[in-house]
Design a protein around this ligand. Structure first.
Ligand code: PLP
Length: 388
């Protein structure tokens, strides 16, 4: 009966709404047809809204990492000095991609759970005026921390360097203003807060970054941004575009616009606050204690001597159909992560909290059933103005 029943609460892929699913099941169109070009043009135009930019937004058939590589491949030449802010696994990935392109990489590494420090970055930039680019993760999905992009943008804008931001698990779930915050390249992907299937990435580029790209002589082919820009003028892509995903993206952007981007942020914030209140009421420890530094799209919770993270994940999946994620890298076995981005309603997180309480009880953890649910409901009631 419940073979396909699930609550997908990992930090991507995320659940897809029925409207977007229906859109993605539409009859395929030729990727060079006029009908598709019209949809493509309209979709690229709408995508500017979520980046908060006047610049073009390019659609790439790739996972998020493909778009991270695209940013590096178009900017970095061998021996170029770059600064990578490493607050977790995805900062580390940026460092690895840069190393693959033989950059001279300065890694500014933080403790797991720590937030990037703008003053530390300012100091590194002043000591290394030849840094060409600063690579930064918006929401570090592995630690669930959110980095202060705006403050760092303020610093980088006054240097010759450009700021490249991985907002794969941030954009749409949390505010990011590419133009006002002076970010030069922003990258995101379909299967996170956009609520689409995996396989599509989006990237936008400032004028400051284009000046570097136009001068770039390093090897690139599939990810050559200049060819994407040239094809964009004809409302198409250099290679076969991800037609079905573009249908879905168009619908997803319409849904975001109908809800209102600020309301989408508010919904993510509400769900974050509900879950954080529940975790505290249950008596578990949040990996990021400071509410202001914690992500609105994914929450990390510590395991402890009473909770075996892997066992908890397995019981949630087998007995409650709730799929959550473990820790990554050095946090493997130490934390578990609950994704809450994209097509998620506040009621969905109550279901997750209920399953979590039950699973903890089942595993012998001393939980008072309903404590988390109550705390989360109170947050929701407050938001709705319902008195206690
Ligand atoms: C912050 C961040 N960057 C990059 C990626 C990589 O994306 P993909 O797995 O689609 O290549 C992820 C995926 O979880 C992510 O969360």
């Amino acid at each position: 009966m419940f073979n396909e029943y699930q609550h997908l609460r990992i930090p991507g892929p995320t659940p897809i709404s029925p409207e977007v699913e229906r859109e993605m099941s539409k009859t395929i169109l030729g990727h060079r047809s006029k009908d598709f070009s019209d949809i493509f043009k309209d979709t690229c135009e709408k995508a500017k809204g979520i980046f908060k930019t006047k610049e073009d937004v390019f659609i790439i058939a790739a996972s998020g990492t493909g778009a991270l590589e695209m940013a590096v491949a178009n900017i970095v030449e061998p021996d170029d000095k770059v600064l990578v802010i490493q607050t977790g696994v995805f900062g580390e990935r940026f460092a690895k991609i840069n190393a693959a392109f033989r950059a001279n990489v300065i890694v500014d590494k933080y403790e797991l759970g720590e937030v990037a420090n703008p003053q530390r970055i300012k100091k590194i930039l002043s000591e290394n005026p030849d840094i060409k680019a600063v690579f930064l993760t918006h929401c570090e999905t592995s630690t669930t921390v959110v980095n202060p992009i705006k403050e760092i943008g303020e610093i980088v804008k006054d240097t010759p360097a450009i700021l490249i931001v991985d907002s794969v698990s941030g954009l749409v779930g949390m505010d990011l203003n590419m133009d006002d915050w002076r970010i030069d390249i922003v990258v995101t992907a379909s299967h996170k807060a956009l609520g689409l299937a995996p396989g599509l990435a989006l990237i936008s580029v400032s004028q400051k970054a284009w000046a570097i790209i136009e001068d770039h002589k390093g090897p690139k082919f599939y990810f050559d941004l200049i060819s994407y820009r040239k094809n964009m003028k004809n409302n198409t892509t250099p290679f076969t575009g991800p037609v079905t995903l573009v249908f879905g993206l168009s619908k997803s952007l319409d849904k975001i616009n109908n809800e209102g981007l600020d309301n989408v942020f508010r919904r993510h914030m509400l769900i974050k606050n509900m879950l954080r209140a529940a975790v505290r009421a249950i008596g578990l420890d949040l990996f990021i204690e400071d509410d202001n530094s914690a992500s609105a799209t994914v929450t990390g919770i510590k395991g402890n001597f009473q909770i075996d993270v892997n066992e908890l994940i397995s019981v949630l999946k087998e007995d409650y159909k709730i799929i959550i994620a473990g820790g990554q890298g050095d946090l493997k076995g130490k934390i578990f992560r609950i994704g809450h981005m994209g097509y998620i309603h506040p009621l969905d997180i109550l279901t997750t909290i209920s399953g979590l309480e039950m699973a903890l009880k089942q595993l012998g953890y001393p939980v008072e059933l309903g404590a988390g649910i109550r705390a989360a409901e109170e947050v929701w009631c407050d938001e709705k103005g319902i008195s206690k």
